[in-house]
Design a binder for this molecule. Structure first.
Ligand code: ISL
Length: 535
């Protein structure tokens, strides 16, 4: 099997917020179809589509009530088929989101399971007494069901009951559904919280601990039943809390589990006691973490690379400078990420330098996690203004404001009223139309960066070596493949800095493959400068 995805760049579309074709204020599949030129222009290889399945939308589609249909909000199965065909015509692939740790509480499986005598009772986790687990979006992980007189388990909201993967019928139903999608032409899956599907059936307190005892067995079975024998697929497992040692096992090709995983270590480095307890990033921590993942998956396994997705605040606001140095720090972060070894993921709007939204009240928020947190923290006596400050920094809604297509009303995302407000900076150059024509824009830089990966094998495959691990401002490393060596220099600060490396004058006089300060060479880096020398 060829590992084509090692040379690929994946672009994530959050369909609610990408493009609205019918004026209801919510993005949809015909909207995605109308904007495929943008993906072609960027040069990405794969589109990862966040869930479009039928859903009550308690968690924006991560609560699925029918795995084999498209929610009317997003369109029809015919639109989805058209999207597959349109992508394939353009040489791109489609990655579907697979959410099978839990379903919606409105899924017919759960509806049946609520009947104690139903053969489907055992498809979910029912107990007379809850254990002490907490749910990710606040409160206990157990909710009492009046109808059947027991508690059911939900690691996320009460509207997202966890499937019982111990039951072979559950696994067979998921496999059949996956085959149904592959037969329709989709090219693989991004698997939501897939390290959580196996739980210790004793459900001991002080948990849950992931991965559970049967995770490797379940993934190998899924590979055998669904993926084996089909060429050209991609699988990426989302795994909060996964360690590099575990990831090596999940992504070792000889084990036939997953191609790569999303790990969370680097996006947790600015968390204190919780994600709402925001700490400044200490750059040596980021190097230690990403460096460990580079080394840990160098011989076996493969990294996925991301700074943004629909659950994370915007990287330019979080790790860069979204004011004066917005474009420069956005392109620096892109260089830093894409020059690591692994498969890079670009989240919609990242390629424009889209920023966090200046939320000023809880009424503007839609994300259940943020809304729950706000009310809980205020009920506990915290100052609402301070809670809002943390929400402004960390809320998932920062990633979910509509895509900024041009400088007109609602950035041309919709002709109606957008479900989340459009960032006012769409009128100040943070939009696709303005950046497409501008060779110095963030968008043009992403296009060059993606092209570079496709032209220079060292970018995807070269060996990685970290330099200056203790430096608090310069992030530097080399990549090497055969006789090609790249020196990557990133200034992760708003200061002018001098790079302190052996032979720095010679090395920084070498040709520049890509950089965000035109014409710049030599040991001095401008604020937020990034540069890749071929030494
Ligand atoms: O975003 C988080 C907390 O801020 C994460 O804990 C997140 O909940 C976790 O990464 C799992 O995310 C995935 O599953 C969730 C869904 O809400 C997220 O959007 C999805 O990416 C439940 O399906």
């Amino acid at each position: 099997m060829t590992a084509w995805w090692k040379d690929a760049v994946v672009y994530q579309v959050y369909p609610r917020s990408f493009a609205d074709s019918d004026g209801d204020g919510v993005g949809d599949l015909r909207g995605v179809l109308s904007r495929l030129d943008h993906l072609v222009d960027l040069g990405v290889d794969v589109l990862w589509l966040s869930p479009v399945y039928r859903s009550p939308m308690r968690d924006n589609g991560y609560d699925i009530s029918d795995y084999r249909d498209v929610d009317p909000l997003f369109g029809t199965l015919a639109d989805l088929d058209e999207l597959v065909a349109a992508l394939h015509e353009r040489g791109m692939k489609l990655l579907m989101d697979l959410v099978v740790n839990h379903t919606s509480d409105e899924h017919p499986w759960f509806v049946a399971s609520r009947d104690r005598d139903s053969p489907m009772r055992d498809w979910y986790w029912w107990r007379d007494e809850p254990n002490d687990w907490r749910a990710f979006f606040s409160g206990p992980a157990w909710t009492y069901d009046e109808q059947s007189g027991q508690y059911y388990l939900h690691l996320f909201s009460p509207h997202q009951p966890d499937l019982n993967w111990e039951n072979p019928e559950v696994r067979a139903a998921v496999h059949a559904m996956m085959r149904w999608w592959l037969d329709r032409g989709v090219d693989g899956f991004r698997m939501d919280v897939i390290n959580m599907i196996s739980k210790d059936p004793a459900l001991p307190d002080r948990g849950p601990r992931f991965p559970g005892p049967r995770i490797h067995e379940f993934l190998q079975e899924m590979h055998r039943e669904v993926l084996a024998g089909r060429e050209g697929l991609l699988t990426v497992g989302e795994m909060p809390g996964v360690t590099v040692e575990q990831a090596r096992r999940f992504t070792d090709p000889r084990r036939h589990e997953l191609d790569m995983v999303f790990q969370f270590e680097h996006v947790g480095l600015d968390h204190g006691s919780s994600k709402w307890d925001v700490r400044p990033l200490h750059l040596p921590d980021l190097k230690a973490s990403l460096g460990r993942w580079q080394d840990g998956l160098a011989e076996r396994g493969w990294n996925s690379l991301y700074l943004n997705n629909h659950d994370q605040p915007r990287a330019v606001s979080r790790f860069g400078d979204d004011g004066r140095h917005r474009d420069r720090s956005a392109t620096m972060l892109a260089t830093l990420l894409h020059l690591h070894r692994g498969t890079p993921y670009v989240y919609q709007g990242e390629e424009l330098g889209m920023t966090n939204y200046p939320f000023t009240s809880v009424e503007q928020l839609r994300d259940l996690e943020s809304v729950n947190h706000f009310h809980e923290a205020v009920a506990e006596g915290q100052d609402p203004e301070q809670v809002l400050e943390a929400v402004r920094a960390m809320s998932r809604d920062n990633a979910r404001t509509p895509m900024q297509w041009d400088d007109s009303r609602h950035a041309s995302f919709t002709t109606g009223r957008p479900w989340l407000p459009v960032h006012p900076n769409h009128a100040e150059g943070v939009n696709a139309a303005a950046q497409r024509e501008d060779p110095d824009s963030v968008l043009s830089y992403y296009r060059r960066l993606i092209a570079l990966r496709h032209e220079e094998p060292v970018v995807a495959h070269g060996e990685f070596a970290m330099l200056l691990p203790e430096d608090e401002r310069v992030y530097a490393f080399t990549r090497r493949l055969d006789d090609v060596e790249l020196l990557v220099l990133c200034n992760v600060s708003g200061d002018v800095v001098e790079v302190d490396l052996p032979d720095v004058a010679t090395r920084t006089a070498a040709p520049v493959l890509i950089g965000n300060v035109p014409g710049s060479t030599g040991p001095v880096l401008e604020p937020w400068e990034a540069r890749v020398h071929r030494t």
